[in-house]
Design a protein around this ligand. Structure first.
Ligand code: MN
Length: 228
C-alpha cells in the first residue's frame, strides 16, 4: 500500500439522480462566450471569436445547495450552464464520435468574481482568481444520457428570487457539444471523469447574500442554491 505523508485530499463526487452512485470528477473545463447574446453583453463580437476554454479546480465543485459570498470581491455574478460529464477519454476525437464519450448531464453555475476577472482581462493576466475560487461551481445531480438524450435543445433558465434572469435554449450554443469535445481533445487528453461547462446564455448579473438561485434545464434535475 502507498504510504502518504498527509491525509489524502478529499475526492470530488457528484451524485447521480435516482441512484446511490456517484460520478468522480477529474477536471472541469469551461468554454467562454458560447451564446451570441451573452458574448454581446460582455462586449465582444460573436461572429469573430473562435472558442476558448479555461478551467476551474475540481474541488471548486459544491453540491451543498449553498454558495458563500466569496472574499475580495463586490461584484460576483451567476452564469447558468449545462454540464457535460465524460465517461471515456481520448485525443483528437471526431465530432461524429463525441457522444460516445458522454456519461450524462447536469446543471451547474459558473460563479464569477467579475470585478477581479475584469482586472485580469485589462492587465492580460490569467483568469483563475475570478473563476476558480472556493465553491465557485455549484452543481446539481447528474442524469445519464441514456435517460435524458443528447441535450441538443431545450430551455435553460435561471430565476433569482423567483424572477427570470436568464432564459435561453441549448440550441443557441455557438459551439455545439460535439464541437466542444472535438476541439478540447485536440489540446488535451480528455479523460473519463472530466466535466465540460458549456457556457451561459445572456442575462448574467450580480448576486447578494440571501438571494435564491434556481436553475432549470429541460429534462434535468433543478439546481437550487442560496447565497449565504
Ligand atoms: Mn461561464
Amino acid at each position: 500500500m502507498t504510504k502518504l505523508v498527509i491525509p489524502e485530499p478529499k475526492k470530488t463526487l457528484i451524485p447521480i439522480h435516482g441512484s446511490d452512485e456517484f460520478f468522480p470528477v477529474r477536471r472541469v473545463y469551461c468554454i467562454g462566450r458560447n451564446y451570441a447574446a451573452h458574448t454581446i453583453e460582455m462586449g465582444f463580437d460573436p461572429d469573430k471569436e473562435p472558442p476558448f476554454f479555461f478551467q476551474k479546480n475540481t474541488d471548486n465543485i459544491d453540491t451543498s445547495g449553498q454558495f458563500p459570498y466569496p472574499p475580495e470581491s463586490s461584484d460576483v455574478h451567476y452564469e447558468l450552464e449545462l454540464v457535460v460529464a465524460l465517461n471515456k477519454g481520448g485525443s483528437n476525437i471526431k465530432e461524429e464520435d463525441a457522444y460516445d464519450h458522454i456519461y450524462g448531464f447536469g446543471i451547474g453555475l459558473d460563479m464569477t468574481r467579475r470585478d477581479l476577472q475584469g482586472v485580469c482581462k485589462k492587465m492580460g493576466r490569467p483568469w483563475e482568481i475570478g473563476k476558480a475560487f472556493e465553491r465557485s461551481a455549484p452543481m446539481g445531480s447528474l442524469t445519464p444520457m441514456s435517460e435524458v438524450g443528447k441535450m441538443e435543445s431545450g430551455s435553460i433558465q435561471l430565476k433569482v428570487n423567483d424572477e427570470v434572469r436568464q432564459d435561453g435554449d441549448l440550441d443557441m450554443m455557438l459551439w455545439k457539444i460535439p464541437e466542444q469535445i472535438a476541439i478540447l481533445s485536440k489540446f488535451y487528453d480528455i479523460t473519463a471523469g472530466d466535466l465540460i461547462m458549456t457556457g451561459t446564455p445572456a442575462g448574467v448579473g450580480p448576486i447578494v447574500k440571501g438571494d435564491k438561485l434556481v436553475g432549470t434545464i429541460d429534462g434535468l434535475q433543478t439546481l437550487s442554491v442560496e447565497v449565504v
